[in-house]
Design a protein around this ligand. Sequence first.
Ligand SMILES: *Cc1c(COP(=O)(O)O)cnc(C)c1O
Length: 378
Amino acid sequence: MTLSIESQNKLDAFWSHCVKNQYFNLGYPESADFNYTNLERFMRFSINNCGDWGEYCNYLLNSFEFEKEVMEYFATLFKIPFAESWGYITNGGTESNMFGCYLGREIFPEGTLYYSKDTHYSVAKIVKLLRIKSSVVESLPNGEVDYDDLMNKIDRDNEKHPIIFANIGTTVRGAIDDIALIQQRLQEAGFKREDYYLHADAALSGMILPFVDDPQAYSFADGIDSIGVSGHKMIGSPIPCGIVVAKKKNVDRISVEIDYISAHDKTISGSRNGHTPLMMWEAVRSHSHENWVRRIERCLNLAEYAVERFQKAGINAWRNRNSITVVFPCPSEDVWKKHCLATSGDIAHLIVTAHHLDSSQIDRLIDDVIADRQANAA
Ligand SMILES: *Cc1c(COP(=O)(O)O)cnc(C)c1O
């Protein structure tokens, strides 16, 4: 099997494109500083993690042992005893969220799922696919859920079993919903802990908060029932992937015995990527806690630097606490297009990820934003 010269050229051109743009990213939260060359040799195998890493599997080319160790790592990170948890490596934050919402719906089939306006667009898709009753809650200006509106809507709906979809780092403003406050408000409204389900979408900040000095609440110890985090964002991965961790007792309710693979199936996909668990395993085994702390500290410091530079130039930039997302007024189209920024309404953001070793790329953007503003003011 060989490619025609024309096809080979096309592929080579794409290679050059990737090399040139490897670190382009300033608007999306994808770290590009990973190195999984150690795993390239496994690309010749059809590795498939169909089913549950915890069970016997007669498909020999699985990476279950690695997936299990990754899950052990994340159970510890998110403060749940490994034996009481179950989860798996998903195709990304969306599948992780879908799994959490699925568990919530199986526990409360008639429950309404509440999510804020700042929630990632995948959730609207998930509630449609899972046919969950849902209600959109207002957001506060910083992107957190509006706690009063949440309680008003639960009350208005006379909802007995709310499924709360909380953001631990929103996509646009990096906002973190206060899950301690949500639970306090629910308790004040007469809800017992077993009356509601709480999923945490920690796609980005799930790999930040465990490594900062003064984290907001995010873990099972803080009262969540499940959590999703993306593998290709803060950690970094050439293939999109995610991690979801839930309570084992809740997962056991959805487990189905499959005769054909002689195992129990709990996951959303059938065949599952067996390569991404190797990548996540290499990521967690090759970084010490101290490494993550320093890597995240560097990102947070650069984000603060960006806020200060903007503000010194009279531009109203800001960020949420423990967030690497810097929000600023949306510049002209040629500026945000040039830097491949994500925009939302009248704001834009830059996200400092781990491949920003110094401020040079951020400075180039800020210079352009400042020049753009001066040109428009003139
Ligand atoms: C990126 C993101 C998602 C979706 O994750 P994918 O890995 O792209 O599926 C969900 N929620 C938030 C807050 C995100 O930032």
